[in-house]
Design a protein around this ligand. Structure first.
Ligand SMILES: [Fe+2]
Ligand SMILES: [Fe+2]
Length: 289
C-alpha cells in the first residue's frame, strides 16, 4: 500500500492519523468532501499499523474500531467494490493516468517498476521483504514476502490465492505456499512465532468479524502442514512492514530473484503458460476487452 504524499499532508492537517481515526464517520465525510473514505481508512490503517496501539496508549484512549455493519453501510454509493484490483481504480483526488508502455518481453522487475508501483503495493512488499532479509529468513520466504501482495493489482479478494496462482509457474513451491496461505493465517494469532491479530484487520473487516468457513478450514489444514512456517513467516514479516517514509528499492533482491524466479524468455504474459493472461491483464489494464 503506497502512501500518497497528498494524503499524508491531508491527514497531518487533520491532526495526524490517530486524530482522523477518532473522528466520526460524518465528520470525516464533511472534512474530506469528495475524498474517498474507504481509501483514507486504508491509508490511515497502513500508516498506523504497528504504531496504533502505542499512539492510542500514549493518548490514554482506546481506538474505536468500526463494526461489520458500519463497514457494510459504506458500500452503497461507493464508486467501486472493495475487492477490485488497485491498478484499475482511481479516486477523485488521484485519477488514473496513462501508464508507461511495457517492453516487448517484460521481466518481473518491469512489472514492479511500471505496474505494481502504480497499483500501490510496491513499497509495502519491499518493506516486508527487507524485514525478512534482516531477520534471516530463508530465500524462499524472502521471495514470498517480496511477492505476497502484488496480485492485489488485479484482485484484492482472495489475493493470497490469486498471487500464488500468478507466480506458481515461476517460483519455488514453498514460496507459492507462503503467498497462498499468508492470507488465511493473517486472521489467526501465533504468539510463539511472534504474530498477533492486527488492529489493521479490526479496521478493515470490523471489530466483530470472524473469518468465513473456507478461511477457517484453510487455517486448520495449514496449521498441521509441514510447511506451516513459510506462510506464517510471511505474516510475521508483513505485520510491521508499513512505514510511509522508508525508502526501498529492488536492489537487495536482484540476486534472490535471479536464483529463484524462472523468467520466461518470451516475457511474462507471452510464454503461453496457464497464467499468461493474468500478466497481460496487469500489462494492459486499459484494454476494453
Ligand atoms: Fe496480504
Ligand atoms: Fe501484506
Amino acid at each position: 500500500m503506497l502512501f500518497d504524499i497528498d494524503r499524508r499532508a491531508f491527514i497531518a492537517s487533520l491532526g495526524g492519523a490517530a486524530a482522523v481515526n477518532l473522528m466520526s464517520h460524518e465528520a470525516r465525510a464533511d472534512a474530506l468532501e469528495e475524498y474517498s473514505i474507504r481509501k483514507l481508512d486504508e491509508d490511515v490503517a497502513s500508516a498506523q499499523s504497528g504504531q496504533a496501539r502505542t499512539s492510542s496508549a500514549a493518548a490514554g484512549q482506546a481506538e474505536k474500531f468500526p463494526t461489520m455493519a458500519d463497514i457494510e453501510a459504506r458500500i452503497d454509493g461507493s464508486p467501486t467494490r472493495r475487492g477490485v484490483g488497485n491498478l484499475f481504480v482511481g479516486s477523485s483526488t488521484r485519477p488514473i493516468t496513462r501508464l508507461e508502455p511495457m517492453p516487448k518481453r517484460p521481466t518481473l522487475t518491469d512489472f514492479f517498476e511500471k505496474r505494481f508501483k502504480v497499483a500501490g503495493s510496491y513499497n509495502h512488499v519491499l518493506q516486508s521483504a527487507t524485514r525478512a532479509l534482516k531477520t534471516g529468513m530463508t530465500e524462499e520466504v524472502i521471495l514470498a514476502c517480496l511477492l505476497h501482495d502484488v496480485a492485489q493489482a488485479i484482485m484484492r479478494v482472495d489475493h493470497g490465492w490469486w498471487g500464488a496462482q500468478l507466480f506458481e509457474p515461476y517460483i519455488p513451491e514453498k514460496s507459492a505456499f507462503g503467498i497462498r496461505y499468508h492470507q488465511a493465517l493473517r486472521f489467526y494469532a501465533d504468539e510463539a512465532n511472534g504474530y498477533e491479530y492486527p488492529d489493521l484487520y479490526r479496521r478493515t473487516f470490523g471489530v466483530d468479524y470472524t473469518p468465513e468457513p473456507y478461511i477457517e478450514d484453510t487455517y486448520k489444514m495449514v496449521r498441521k502442514h509441514k510447511w506451516y512456517i513459510e506462510p506464517r513467516m510471511v505474516t510475521v514479516n508483513d505485520l510491521y512492514a508499513f512505514d510511509p517514509n522508508a525508502i526501498v528499492t529492488m536492489d537487495p533482491f536482484v540476486d534472490i530473484i535471479g536464483r529463484h524466479f524462472k523468467q520466461p524468455k518470451e516475457g511474462l504474459g507471452f510464454d503461453n503458460s496457464p497464467v499468461a493472461h493474468m500478466w497481460r491483464s496487469i500489462a494492459f489494464p486499459d484494454h476494453p476487452l
